[in-house]
Design a protein around this ligand. Structure first.
Ligand SMILES: [Zn+2]
Length: 335
């Protein structure tokens, strides 16, 4: 519950101009150990928006967790000029403990919103967020990492039908931005039901730290915090070199994205990778039979930009290999 100057999370009162960590109880492990979801709350003495920064909704998505941890560690939120930052490094502590995307019953928290207090473990985690955090925040950035062995080039995904989310994505200026509709049961959809626009940042691969993805996330968050008056300065947009050379054409807005899938099973090697521009018909990878009885060449189906690729060298026919999108203008505001 929030008014102009009172913020209460899980019965803990956090006055303006103060910092508190609230340990929200969720559920016990099999061993009886009680699991908490620590929430770090930083409040300026000056009124302003309340911004949620969360990671680890999928427990193995380490880059998102590291982004929030590092921003707390760097002290970025300690001198905000207005408003409140609610920083939640790990939503799904259960998945984190088991190096897993899901909670131990196999359910995805990001398909379990709004959840319920006596539902599955995933539903309980979702319910905790939906009832204790979403009602007190105005907007959110949720940090993710590519699933399984797939890596995502640093990118923001936003709801193209929500002008507030478009505005947030534009202020963040990630290397790549793209519209992505709301999925039923997701945190973003639940946020919308609470009137809280949430954008999702994706960068790197699960269980592998990616310094470029982490740094781009922090720079974009600072740009957004500057946009809403929390920080006096805004990092410039270009400058981080990853595996590819830093492209002068970033940031880009992408649409028409689709996955190129494996046409055969075998050993996969990529010739082009996330962050690279490709032309239609360009050779981007190969799948070879381990006994050398066949090789299948993979060509880009379009002119575009690789926004994600699969790092695993063993693929079955149908596996997702390259996520490619086309550059396109931002959606026009409706008049
Ligand atoms: Zn995720």
């Amino acid at each position: 519950m929030t008014t102009d100057d009172v913020l209460v999370i899980d019965d803990i009162v956090i006055p303006p101009g103060s910092y508190k960590t609230v340990e929200i109880q969720v559920a016990r492990l099999l061993s009886g150990t009680l699991i908490h979801m620590p929430v770090h709350v930083f409040r300026s003495a000056n009124p302003g928006p309340t911004l949620l920064l969360s990671g680890g909704l999928h427990g193995d998505e380490v880059n998102g967790i590291e982004v929030v941890r590092r921003m707390i560690s760097l002290g970025i939120f300690e001198d905000i000029q207005c408003g409140t930052v609610v920083a939640l490094p790990i939503i799904n502590v259960y998945g984190f403990l088991f190096f897993s995307r899901e909670v131990p019953d196999g359910k995805d928290v990001n398909r379990s919103f709004p959840g319920s207090s006596n539902g599955s473990l995933a539903a309980q985690v979702a319910h905790t967020l939906a009832t204790k955090i979403l009602p007190v925040v105005d907007m959110g950035i949720d940090f993710h990492t590519g699933g399984a062995s797939r890596t995502n080039y640093p990118q923001i995904r936003y709801d193209p039908l929500d002008p507030n989310a478009v505005d947030m994505a534009k202020a963040f200026q990630a290397p790549i931005s793209m519209g992505s509709g709301l999925i039923s049961g997701s945190l973003r959809a639940c946020g919308q039901a609470h009137g809280v626009p949430i954008i999702v940042y994706e960068g790197g691969e699960s269980l592998r730290l990616d310094e470029q993805a982490i740094k781009e996330a922090i720079r974009g968050t600072k740009r957004f915090m500057h946009h809403v008056g929390m920080l006096p300065k805004s990092p410039k947009v270009h400058g981080i070199k990853g595996r590819e050379k830093a492209s002068p054409k970033l940031p880009r807005h992408i649409a028409g994205n689709s996955w190129v899938r494996a046409e055969a099973s075998g050993l996969f090697s990529f010739e082009r990778a996330s962050g690279q521009a490709v032309r239609e018909g360009e050779l981007i990878g190969r799948i070879r039979n381990p006994y050398d009885s066949y090789t299948v060449k993979i060509f880009s189906p379009m002119d575009g930009f690789i926004i994600g690729h699969n790092n695993i060298p063993l693929v079955h026919r149908g596996d997702a290999l390259f996520h490619i999108g086309k550059e396109s203008p931002w959606p026009e505001p409706e008049s």
